[in-house]
Design a protein around this ligand. Sequence first.
Ligand code: ATP
Ligand code: MG
Length: 228
Amino acid sequence: VISLADVDLSLGSGPARVHILKKVSLAVAAGETVALVGPSGSGKSTLLMAMAGLERIDSGRLSVSGVELSQEDEDGLARFRGANVGIIFQSFHLIPNMTALENVAVPLELQGRRDAFARAEAELRLVGLGHRLTHYPSALSGGEQQRVAIARALVAEPAVIFADEPTGNLDEATGRQIADLLFETSARRGTTLVLVTHDNALATRCARVVRIHSGIIDRSEAVRSAAE
Ligand code: ATP
Ligand code: MG
């Protein structure tokens, strides 16, 4: 469901331009759970953003859910993100002037779904926040905000979820609950999950761990399937 071949990606412009991802190849099968690990600055977030259609690659091939991302214009990428992927960030990224319910309804409203609020409410109940529907993000704890972010990422039932340090800002017990929720929901729905983490316990819960260092993924890790 995810395929990268010889992907190069640089960030910044002019003399400040930095070559981040170097000939990255990676294949992830549908329903697979993959942990992306590596030192700080190795390019984990950049790789995740590229796969989520939030950063453009310089060269190579990058296809997710059958969409060749390098061929899409900005509208195409926005459509791709809305229809195919859910994204969870370390710092939650909720919209501050929207309630929990309104935040979770956003992906469905973008798809023009009439049942957006009913579906959003059901998803919030699923993550244990049925009693927080009309709270604004500032009135929610970190763990609650991350649950809202997860509900928002999952509500449109995307084929692929990208999570960048989803438990990085949470205490250990809350982090474990959030991880349970993420793994249980994606297993039940057959969702592909790619998550970046520094937490070894979280990484080993994934079927497969892929290491990146200085923007490079070893060939041996790129294609190894979970079954091996
Ligand atoms: P961490 O574990 O600390 O989150 P990471 O593996 O997620 O690290 P990235 O955020 O992907 O690392 O960054 C990879 C490299 O890209 C870093 O060296 C960073 O300084 C550099 N970088 C990020 N954004 C830009 C930019 N806009 N211009 C130039 N370099 C950038
Ligand atoms: Mg990062």
